[in-house]
Write a new protein. Structure first.
Length: 86
């Protein structure tokens, strides 16, 4: 396989465009990172408002969803470990 075939097959030539000099500046990249962080913060806040109960006596019981999710990840990790050992 030669390199020109791969370039043509996967249209890698479309990636050969000049990148503006301002795209390499830190302040330009921090804007995108801030947008991603705020989007993630908003999404997790919406999920939290759906499940969290802020009443003092019921707050601890309202985090059962988090415990179920982590238990599922631990079970999945155990299955993966058993598959790798075999």
């Amino acid at each position: 396989m030669n390199n020109s075939w791969l370039t043509e097959r996967f249209a890698l030539g479309a990636l050969d465009y000049p990148i503006p000099q301002r795209a390499n500046r830190l302040d330009f990249m921090l804007g995108a990172l801030t947008l991603v962080a705020l989007t993630l913060l908003g999404a997790t806040g919406i999920v939290l408002t759906q499940y969290y109960n802020s009443a003092p006596l019921e707050a601890h019981g309202s985090i059962h969803l988090r415990k179920q999710i982590f238990a599922g990840f631990e079970e999945l990790g155990g299955r993966v470990k058993r598959m790798v050992r075999v």
